[in-house]
Ligand binder design. Structure first.
Ligand SMILES: Nc1ncnc2c1ncn2[C@@H]1O[C@H](COP(=O)(O)OP(=O)(O)O)[C@@H](O)[C@H]1O
Ligand SMILES: CSC[C@H]1O[C@H](OP(=O)(O)O)[C@H](O)[C@@H]1O
Length: 390
């Protein structure tokens, strides 16, 4: 359904819109605040007497940089369609979508303000006992259900065609896979890290691995990914988990989403005192256990692939996903430390020497995960390697 051509919303026009759509009575007094703290979009929080909604609107440029970085409004439609599919396959972990308008580039969805953005909670010492179990189920279900195995190649290719997302993929290809390995303008790092960063730029072995992983991202079309599944894209409480913000969704490699979730957990661990790291390590083991278990369950329950029961195929695939994810994880740790988009877990460490040391660890452990990804086969081994790197 389309209301009008694009105009950027204000708190007043957002309120008029939700009333015009019949989501609230014309006479109701509503409060509205723009609460977006992400890099790209406006997020309006509208509260009435008995209910509240979120109106998310894409801007024709990247908010974090400004109008000099134009960005397609199509991303709002991608996000809306990805949310609806994720809601189909993982309803417990996805906000409900009430309305969307492609021309206005908006999605109106469930207000999740009773939960907390997991990155913020984790920084403040929350552990969220179920977050890894829920996120593992979310990733396995959304990925498996949109893959060749569940859909069959014809249906999958038709869906794949509708999730091309070239401009948002270009951001990831640049910011995650390329720029941190060169002296690129987008990079942003503390001067105290310069010698560590220059070592990365000169590390031809690391660059070759980054190139191989980039190629995997460019060419694999395993499943519909969330595409940006860091801890800032997850709302959580002790009991609930909801995954938001899939505007980077596209058909990519199976290992990408779980890699970003675990990389952001490792960076959170770097920001914690040693005595508070165990719950985060446990999440890394759990998300992998649950992903493998749920992917295997779905594989056995419903599989259109003739080779599905061929001995060794599933085992090989899960090992392959683990290997690629280990590499993607290392790249995410590197780019969040020296690239354009940082994480508060590391930037928020107040003491300069402690912060620089944590960032150096993020770079060296990240590089090890990238280069040695073929040598790891369990999450416990990743955690051990992380501890060795401290
Ligand atoms: N469904 C929601 N309920 C409550 N708050 C939300 C919701 N979606 C987004 N927000 C708030 O808006 C912020 C930015 O949203 P996000 O989707 O991550 O935007 P961006 O695409 O710009 O990164 C979130 O960190 C959260 O505080
Ligand atoms: C110019 S976009 C940079 C960065 O921002 C995105 O994250 P989010 O929208 O959740 O803030 C994504 O990770 C991009 O790489």
């Amino acid at each position: 359904m389309t209301m009008s051509s694009y105009e950027s919303l204000t708190t007043e026009s957002a309120v008029s819109l939700v009333k015009k759509l019949g989501l609230f009575a014309q006479s109701e007094s509503l409060s509205c605040q723009e609460i977006g703290d992400g890099n790209l979009n406006y997020v309006f929080h509208i509260i009435g007497k008995e209910k509240s909604v979120i109106v998310k609107q894409a801007l024709p440029y990247a908010k974090v940089v400004g109008e000099s970085w134009p960005l397609t409004l199509e991303r709002a439609d991608i996000e809306n369609r990805a949310l609806r599919l994720q809601g189909k396959y993982a309803p417990d972990y996805t906000p409900k979508v009430y309305y969307s308008d492609k021309d206005l580039a908006i999605t109106i969805m469930e207000d999740l303000s009773h939960l907390e953005i997991a990155r913020t909670g984790l920084i403040n010492g929350e552990d969220y006992p179920l977050i890894a179990e829920h996120t593992g189920e979310f990733i396995a279900r959304t990925l498996y259900s949109t893959s060749d195995f569940a859909m069959g190649p014809q249906e999958k290719k038709k869906l794949q065609n509708t999730f091309c997302n070239p401009e948002l993929c270009d951001i990831t290809e640049g910011l995650v896979f390329t720029d941190p390995f060169f002296d690129a303008d987008t990079n942003d790092f503390e001067e105290g890290l310069r010698s560590d960063v220059e070592k990365i730029w000169q590390d031809t072995a690391l660059k070759l691995h980054a190139a191989q992983l980039k190629r995997l991202f460019l060419t694999s079309g395993d499943a519909l990914l969330h595409g940006d599944l860091h801890t800032g894209s997850i709302f959580a409480s002790a009991r609930e988990t909801k995954v938001i913000d899939p505007e980077f969704a596209f058909y990519g490699p199976f290992g990408f989403d779980i890699a970003h979730f675990t990389a952001n957990l490792f960076m959170n661990a770097l920001s914690r005192p040693e005595s508070r790291r165990e719950p985060v390590y446990a999440h890394i083991a759990t998300v992998w256990d649950v992903f493998n278990r749920e992917f295997t369950r779905l594989w056995k329950e419903d599989n259109k692939e003739a080779f599905a029961r061929t001995e060794g195929y599933l085992k090989w695939l899960l090992a392959d996903i683990f290997e690629q994810a280990t590499g993607f994880m290392g790249l995410e740790m590197i780019r969040r430390t020296i690239g354009l988009a940082h994480v508060k877990d590391l930037d928020g460490i107040a003491d300069t020497e402690t912060r620089l040391e944590a960032k150096r660890r993020s770079l060296s452990i990240g590089a090890r995960f990238v280069k040695e990804r073929r040598q790891f086969s369990t999450a416990d081994e990743l955690v051990e390697a992380f501890k060795e790197g401290l």
